[in-house]
Design a binder for this molecule. Structure first.
Ligand code: CMP
Length: 501
């Protein structure tokens, strides 16, 4: 019988080589049990020879018990360390321990019962003892129960990254009976009692059902107000998304946001952040550093300096001469911009100056609506920088793109010249700078120079026909016919509107 068990241990040990990751401590336990079994087997007959019959029967019972425990242990190794591991089924260590422990208890009860011991009365008495022990070991038991539930319900697993309520972050290395071992990025090990883990809420970093492990990170920076947020965001996005960065997820893409303007009206810079998804949670700071390198170079290339960290006092010369000089510079810039578009190119410099004096600079962020179809017109827009999309809503309520205007260009002239509502919606595609030209100034010039009307009606007619082509689906012939009729209709509409002779 003993030889059979010894052989079983050797066979199990041999098979255990198939699962190199299986822990060896359970095999060691089996060998120890085999040793006890052998010792009790040998001791029994010796005691009998010495006529110590009571002791001999006690040792006999112990031998039976060791034999059963050995069977349980070998079965547990075969199931948990061989079968489940080879099938790659993950199980919690505690599950193994609980099952083996329960089997030990049953084996003990069984052997005692066979030996004629009244197990029921032992259980009854031990219930009282258990209650007393339970009360005194409440905290420890809480931790043990916590450990079991954490592992069995798989709320956390070894390898997970966790953030505790006190903001400590780390990776779970082991969930033991009483406590959980967490390794932090600072090379420290944190021992958290399982009972505590059960009573606090914790964050599993970067974990989302059905998604790869990646955790969102923020890298902050500030840029002076002189630079449009749209421009800063574009420059940084281009640099971040242009080429991969180690440990930064490709999806979702790393991107930049402007998350605040001046705080408490004190700062003269806007607040920005790069948000990226970290794929190796151990490498948070080095990855943020790589992101900062990319960010710094991109801003440098675009001549956008980071905001000065210290308080800066700007002193500017503010005498009449300086103010006039500044005003003249701005005016020259606007005259130059107006002269660059066909519509105003033929106006005299004085006329251009009149328009430029009251014109206002109007920047728009990407996707902003500059003018809306159906609205009343107050300005004509000169597109100085960027691209604008002209869209029209058809009678069926469908929105269609009619044209893309690229700087230098103009729009908003149709409604302004005829007094009718805006014919289309114009939307900034990227960062757009416009000059808004005042309606009354334009009316004054047209009244003095009626010949301008002809050129304007030419442009208007072309654009209107393109609009009609999209709205009504005109072919080439219909477009040409419509063009000549529109030309004269618009010419008269402008004359009527501005009460020209
Ligand atoms: P308005 O009708 O005042 O407002 C919308 C503007 O969109 C319109 O003036 C034109 O300036 C512009 N627009 C309409 N159709 C076209 C087109 N086909 N090509 C370019 N611009 C257009």
């Amino acid at each position: 019988m003993f030889a059979g068990f010894a052989l079983a241990v050797v066979i199990v040990a041999g098979f255990l080589r198939l699962a190199p990751t299986a822990p060896r401590r359970r095999l060691r336990r089996s060998v120890t049990l085999l040793g006890f079994y052998a010792a009790t087997l040998a001791l029994g007959p010796l005691l009998k020879l010495a006529h110590a019959t009571v002791a001999a029967s006690g040792v006999g019972i112990a031998a039976q018990l060791f034999q059963l425990l050995l069977v349980i242990n070998l079965a547990a190794i075969a199931i948990f360390d061989l079968l489940l591991r080879l099938l790659r089924i993950d199980y919690a260590d505690i599950l193994h321990d609980v099952m083996v422990g329960a089997a030990y208890l049953v084996a003990f009860g069984f052997v005692m019962h066979h030996a004629g011991v009244n197990v029921t009365s032992i259980v009854a008495t031990s219930a009282v003892v258990t209650a007393v022990i339970g009360l005194s070991l409440q905290a420890t038991l809480g931790n043990v129960v916590g450990g079991i539930s954490l592992q069995v319900d798989e709320s956390i697993n070894e390898g997970d990254w966790i953030e505790l309520e006190n903001k400590t972050q780390g990776q779970i290395k082991k969930i033991r009976w009483r406590h959980t071992v967490i390794e932090t990025r600072d090379w420290d090990t944190l021992i958290v009692p399982n009972g505590q883990l059960m009573t606090q809420s914790f964050k599993l970093l970067g974990k989302r059902a059905g998604q790869a492990l990646q955790h969102r990170m923020w890298v902050y920076f500030n840029v002076d107000f002189r630079f449009a947020p749209g421009e800063v965001v574009r420059v940084v996005n281009e640099a971040l998304q242009g080429a991969p960065i180690e440990n930064v997820a490709a999806d979702p893409k790393a991107h930049c946001i402007c998350y605040d303007l001046a705080r408490d009206t004190r700062d003269s810079f806007a607040y920005y952040a790069v948000r990226y998804w970290l794929t190796d949670l151990a490498r948070d700071d080095p990855t943020s550093s790589l992101v900062r390198e990319r960010l710094y170079a991109a801003l440098k290339r675009a001549n956008i300096p980071l905001a000065m960290p210290a308080k800066a006092v700007f002193v500017s010369q503010d005498d009449t001469h300086r103010r006039e000089e500044k005003h003249q510079k701005e005016l020259d810039f606007r005259i130059h911009a107006l002269a660059a578009i066909d519509l105003f190119a033929h106006l005299s410099e004085d006329e251009q100056r009149i328009l430029a004096t009251s014109a206002r600079l109007a920047p728009f962020a990407p996707k902003e609506v500059i003018t809306r179809q159906g609205a009343t017109a107050h300005w004509l827009y000169v597109l100085l920088k960027g691209r604008a999309l002209v869209r029209v809503t058809t009678d069926e309520g469908e929105e269609r793109q009619v044209a893309v205007l690229e700087a230098p260009s103009f729009f908003g002239e149709m409604a302004l010249m005829t007094g009718q509502p805006r014919e289309a919606t114009v939307i900034a595609e990227n960062d757009v700078d416009c000059l808004r030209v005042d309606r009354n100034d334009l009316a004054g010039i047209i009244k003095n120079r009626p010949e301008v009307t002809k050129e304007i009606s030419e442009v208007l007619a072309k654009r209107r026909v393109e609009l009609a082509a999209v709205r009504e689906g005109l072919d080439l012939d219909a477009k040409n016919q419509r063009l000549s009729s529109e030309r004269s209709r618009i010419f008269h509409a402008i004359k009527d509107f501005f009460a020209l002779e």
